[in-house]
Design a protein around this ligand. Structure first.
Ligand code: GDP
Ligand code: MG
Length: 597
């Protein structure tokens, strides 16, 4: 295809502003997918994405569009994820295209992820077309939101296109704008092959599928290609474009986006950002590489039933075939037996993986407290990464501890600003900046990642009734007075409940945890002390009193249905109980005990 007949673009938006719906309309109105095969959110192919309404893996589709100038253009849309955990996917896919549609909900305005994503696009040198969506809503204020885009992002929004992705209003204008306002790709067909590895995923039938953007040269089926970072050579078995299902193609030229397969075994063998060239007569200069995604949140995953360990190992192996950013190693816990310590890009990533393990592989799992990676500076000069608080060495060997800090950007209606400042202060935040755009405040905080990974986002949503938006980037490691707090149940430490905590916050956290545990652990036939301790020093204590065996005993008299319900509840609870010495602790306790209300 001629370069001037190609347009490559992505859609950037805050979550729920209508990116997937707009993609659906573009696919539908160009007849890319037959009407009978059309379903909502066609690019969000994983069930879990569809259910949660989030896009996890970047997806792509090739659309043919006959424009008003009489020529037919090829439009390649790369759909990018909208959630902060997947920021790395956004920045990588941005480099493969020349322009972006910036979708802003006309009843909401610019939100934190609008900003974060548009910065990725600007960093990648994109031309940007602002689009105001949901103008069918009575609450839509397109003029105000135009001003908002100019004030907050500093982008000219006078030519913004007003649309309703839901009804289809304005979609033809979007298609025309893609052709007239976004630049065509550049590239030299006669130069040696230079292709960017944009994404890869594991397909059970095809093996690893590699998505590429051709910068220079031509890629053909049967070609032998070299990955420049790993130096591995592969023969291309299949070359296709995504419409969005695979359609075989003879060659891909400059500016084009497509996929190939080449008997590659695992996603780890394909490094995103790598340059692919021909084995012979290839290019010599690789594209500037991307930085690999680093897991930042770690937790332990253990089977509820120890007999499921092999099944869990299998499932984890299969999932990591497809997700190079998910890291695992075996872990043994005195309390929980054999399991895995897993690293994730963030909490959503953790949830998604855990959900898939439970759902697709039918496993019951115990998830231990999420933790960040601390850096231990030992007295002998060694620097260690601490992935698991249970591995914390004796403090006498440790000189000091550093923790990761983030720069958080929060946007919120000014009515709620006070609550946000209070929340950030409680989480050891340091305010960096505060600005206003209309009646919305934008506040920047320096926060410890450890205080954010668990329930910060939920708290933020609840104190602002959902009106706040949040985004962050990891800034640096910094020293602080951090200690390991252990939890003892019936005098025995439960390693899976140990956490790293700031010394000044230890008493409060410890008290909150033992109080929660007291409610979460069912009574036994004997008294159970529940304690929080730093080293040998107990800083908080509760005692769970002994109880009679019959749980229905407290339902005096006749309410039979209530008794039955209680017994059923007890039975369901049993499934996820775990034995610690003489005490049974339910699965929920591990997560709930760590919530900071
Ligand atoms: P994404 O998170 O940016 O992909 O957003 P979605 O496309 O999933 O849309 C989020 C919600 O907004 C869904 O419930 C859509 O039906 C709704 N939505 C999207 N576009 C419009 C629109 O133009 N008008 C209205 N009223 N609702 C819309
Ligand atoms: Mg979506």
């Amino acid at each position: 295809t001629q370069l001037d007949l190609i347009r490559n673009f992505s859609i950037v938006a805050h979550i729920d502003h209508g990116k997937s719906t707009l993609a659906d309309r573009l696919i539908q109105m160009t007849g890319t997918v037959a009407e009978r095969d059309m379903k909502a959110q066609i690019l969000d192919s994983m069930d879990i994405e569809r259910e949660r309404g989030i896009t996890i893996k970047a997806n792509t589709v090739r659309i043919e569009y006959p424009a008003k100038d009489g020529k037919t253009y090829i439009l390649n849309l790369i759909d990018t994820p909208g959630h902060v955990d997947f920021a790395y996917e956004v920045s990588r896919s941005m480099r493969a295209v020349e322009g972006s549609l910036l979708v802003v909900d006309a009843s909401q305005g610019v939100e934190a992820q609008t900003l974060a994503n548009v910065y990725h696009a600007l960093d990648a040198g994109h031309e940007i077309v602002p689009v105001l969506n949901k103008i069918d809503l009575p609450a839509a204020e397109p003029e105000r939101v135009k001003q908002n885009i100019e004030d907050v992002i500093g982008l000219d929004a006078s030519d913004a296109i007003a649309i309703s992705a839901k009804s289809g209003l304005g979609i033809p204008d979007v298609l025309e704008a893609i052709v007239t306002r976004l630049p065509a790709p550049k590239g030299d067909r006669d130069a040696p092959l230079k292709a960017m590895l944009v994404d890869s995923w594991y397909d059970p039938y095809l093996g690893v599928v590699v998505m590429v953007r051709i910068m220079d040269g031509v890629m053909k089926k049967g070609d032998r290609v070299r990955m420049m970072q790993t130096n591995a050579v592969y023969g291309i078995d299949k070359l296709a474009v995504l419409k969005p299902q695979m359609v075989d193609i003879a060659e891909l030229g400059p500016g084009e986006i497509g996929i190939f397969t080449a008997s590659i075994k695992q996603v780890r063998d394909t490094r995103v950002g790598d340059t692919i060239t021909h084995e012979r007569g290839g290019c010599t200069q690789a594209l500037p590489g991307f930085k690999p995604a680093q897991p930042v949140v770690f937790c332990g995953l253990f089977p509820v039933d120890a007999n499921d360990f092999e099944a869990l190992r299998d499932a984890i192996e299969k999932l990591s075939l497809n997700d190079a950013s998910f890291s695992t190693e075996m872990e043994t816990s005195a309390a929980l037996g054999f399991g895995f310590r897993c690293g994730f890009l963030g909490l959503l990533h953790l949830e998604v993986i855990r959900d898939r393990l439970e759902r697709e592989y039918d496993l019951d799992l115990i998830t231990t407290a999420p933790s960040v990676v601390f850096k231990l500076y030992m007295k002998d000069g060694e620097v260690r990464d601490l992935h698991n608080p249970a591995d914390m060495p004796d403090l006498t060997y440790v000189d000091h501890i550093e923790e990761p800090r983030i720069k958080a950007t929060i946007m919120v209606p000014d009515d709620y600003l006070g609550d946000i400042l209070k929340l950030c202060q409680e989480r050891r935040g340091v305010q960096l900046n505060l600005t206003y755009a209309g009646n919305r405040a934008m506040v920047e905080y320096d926060l410890p990642l450890a205080e954010v990974v668990f329930d910060f986002y939920d708290r933020l949503k609840s104190v602002t009734k959902g009106y706040a938006s949040f985004d962050y980037t990891i800034s640096e490691y910094r020293e602080d007075f951090l200690v390991k707090m252990s939890i003892l149940v019936n005098e025995e430490p439960v390693d899976a409940l140990s956490i790293m905590v700031h010394r000044d916050r230890a008493e409060a956290r410890g008290r909150a945890m033992v109080e929660k545990l007291k409610d979460l652990i069912p009574r036994h036939m004997f008294k159970i002390p529940i304690q929080a301790a730093i080293g040998a020093r107990v800083i908080a204590r509760e005692t769970l009193s002994a109880m009679r065996k019959d749980v229905t005993a407290k339902c005096y008299g006749g309410d039979a249905t209530r008794k039955k319900k209680l017994l059923e509840k007890q039975k369901a609870g049993k499934k996820r109980m775990r034995q610690f010495g003489k005490v049974e602790i339910p699965q929920e306790a591990f997560i709930a005990a760590l919530k900071m209300d």
